[in-house]
Design a protein around this ligand. Structure first.
Ligand code: THU
Length: 160
């Protein structure tokens, strides 16, 4: 038997002020995207903002539907839009936050497994790490790439 230990590096910041202007602005964009979410069923409004290598920011938010599984998470709305608009421009970072009935979440939420899988493929397609910033009012959690959240993952090489 071989036991494997897998480590991830995640950094928490107390406030956006500890981050550079570009990342503070990205968090602001994720916050404003969350306000525009369509989430009448869960009442959990998620916002994502994707920073591209050309410095454009693409926003996305969760889009729900009366046929529940037809909806889509904020992260995938933003990533798919970024990759469809600019298939050859790399993604530098993504900021994510959410609003509940009590306002912005206190503790950051990680992306769901399906979103991580999509974000990971984007990262691998461009061969460039995507920095992840998860905003909550109590702290901001930062990882330098998607693999920190999904260290063992299904990928295209396994289809061969
Ligand atoms: N949701 C996201 O948009 N991103 C996530 O990472 C987790 C969940 C959405 C899906 C659904 O509209 C609502 O939040 C509740 O699950």
């Amino acid at each position: 038997m071989i036991k494997r230990e897998i480590k991830s590096i995640i950094v928490d910041y107390n406030s956006p002020a500890e981050l550079n202007d570009e990342l503070q602005n990205l968090i602001q964009k994720a916050k404003s995207a969350a306000k525009k979410a369509y989430a009448p069923y869960s009442e959990f409004r998620v916002g994502a903002a994707v920073l591209l290598e050309n410095n454009e920011i693409i926003e996305g938010n969760n889009q729900e539907n009366a046929a529940y599984p037809s909806g889509l998470c904020a992260e995938r709305v933003a990533i798919f839009y970024a990759n469809s608009k600019y298939p050859n421009i790399e993604i530098k970072a993504i900021a994510i936050t959410a609003i509940t009935k009590d306002g912005f979440i206190k503790e950051p939420i990680p992306p769901c497994g399906s979103c991580l899988q999509v974000m990971l493929e984007s990262e691998q397609r461009a061969n460039k790490p995507i920095q992840v910033l998860l905003f909550g009012t109590n702290k901001i959690t930062v990882a330098e790439n998607i693999q920190q959240f999904l260290p063992i993952y299904f990928n295209k090489d396994m289809l061969k």
